[in-house]
Unconditional design. Structure first.
Length: 420
């Protein structure tokens, strides 16, 4: 009963505070679960805890019965800089010069997962996680018309996974994913003339969107020291943000992009395991994210199928990790990842709202077994170095203004796992 109460409390906390999240590889998390995050997410072939089923649905059957709880404190620093004075000419859209930083800089991100073992050949895993989102909070009149500009998009997932061994050293897994999104936008009044429905463009408070999808995974240990894994999640079609049908393409639909991951884990020596993952995220398949600002802004109204979006490109993410089991009590972890840049220099204007430009993650962490229980305390820290993207304001006279987006991030996550 005590275990069930702990999980219920974490789930309630997740649903209460997760809408403040802002993630990193574009707006995907660099890892799910404290152990995974300490290795920069390079764990698609390394089962460690219940939350790993979000990385690879096939891993649960290679874990014991137990649960995982975690709470991350995430701190992104987002800012934009405008250089060059606005021309003031007709049909131009100049911005006020200067540097503006987003004010909200600390976000709690909880997660909870439980792994059940009905028998030796199967497992059922249930996870509640905040996978990502976008958040900016500029206390200024960025685009004119309001003294507050920004967006707040958060995504919360309930994932139920069934995994089964198809041989003693291979497994398949499939997840049923229920997703919820919460969004609001403010300070976009200057784009009213470009919108298919100006009343559904900005300032309508928080609105919700829901959807369901699947994720599949494979895991194998062809050799005692080598394991391989892969997972794939197709696009999750979400219900429309009705009150923002004049902002997002396809009448307010903001789908969750498809993604796939493959990787290996190799035990170099008894205490040392090295991992490497490759991930592909298909941002361009989601119209609201992938549609370019120009020429779309002048050829189709915001909210239409071809309406302007953020112009994000598909990205590749390369991850490596190391795990050193120093003793029965202590396990140490480290990782590094690097991704492509999702935001081209031609798309900096609209991405003032979503400057997800960081490309590297450096991670460290450890697990310590509890002395009087079979549980363990987990810690992961992450630093994403400063990255910037600079481009011309495309709605000003050619070369008249430059826009620079800049961002860096810190995160510390505390976790507790029982039974693994």
């Amino acid at each position: 009963m005590r275990n069930r109460s702990s999980i219920s409390i974490l789930v309630a906390l997740l649903l209460a505070v997760a809408p403040a999240a802002f993630a990193t590889n574009g707006y995907f998390l660099h890892g799910v679960g404290t152990g995974s995050k300490a290795m920069a997410g390079a764990t698609v072939a390394l089962p460690q805890e219940a939350l790993d089923a979000d990385t690879n649905p096939a891993l649960g059957v290679f874990l014991e019965r137990g649960y995982s709880l975690s709470l991350a404190l995430f701190s992104p620093d987002r800012q934009y800089t405008i250089s060059g004075n606005p021309s003031g000419l007709p049909q131009t859209f100049g911005l006020t010069p200067g540097t503006v930083s987003s004010k909200s800089k600390l976000f709690p991100m909880p997660a909870a997962g439980v792994n059940f073992r009905p028998n030796d050949k199967s497992a059922v895993t249930v996870n509640f996680t905040a996978h990502g989102g976008m958040n900016t909070d500029y206390r200024t009149d960025t685009f004119y018309g309001s003294n507050h500009t920004g967006v707040d998009l958060a995504q919360v997932f309930l994932t139920t996974t069934y995994s089964r061994k198809i041989t003693p050293h291979q497994s398949l897994g499939v997840s049923a994913v229920i997703a919820a999104q919460r969004f609001k936008a403010s300070g976009l009044e200057a784009f009213t003339a470009f919108s298919s429905d100006p009343d559904c463009l900005t300032g309508n408070g928080y609105k919700w969107s829901h959807g369901a999808g699947v994720k599949v995974g494979y895991f194998a240990q062809p050799l005692p020291m080598l394991s391989v894994g892969a997972s794939y999640s197709p696009t999750i079609t979400m219900s429309k943000f009705g009150s923002y049908c004049g902002l997002f393409a396809q009448d307010g639909r903001f789908n969750i992009p498809a993604s796939g991951t493959a990787g290996i884990a190799y035990k170099v020596a008894d205490p040392l395991t090295l991992t490497a993952d490759y991930q592909r995220i298909h941002y361009s398949d989601v119209a609201a994210v992938g549609n370019a600002l120009l020429p779309n802004l002048v050829t189709a109204p915001l909210g239409s199928d071809a309406g302007a979006g953020f112009g994000w490109k598909d990205i590749n993410v390369y991850k490596i990790g190391a795990q050193w089991k120093a003793s029965d009590t202590w396990t140490w972890r480290a990782g590094y990842s690097k991704s492509d840049q999702p935001i081209p220099s031609s798309e900096v204007l609209f991405n003032i709202l979503a400057p997800g430009v960081v490309q590297q993650h450096i991670t460290l962490g450890f697990s310590k077994a509890m002395e009087r229980s079979p549980g363990r305390f987990n810690l992961a820290v992450m630093y994403a170095p400063t990255r910037s993207v600079r481009g011309t304001n495309p709605l000003e006279v050619p070369g008249g203004q430059q826009i620079e987006l800049k961002m860096h991030e810190y995160e510390v996550e505390f976790g507790y796992s029982f039974g693994f």
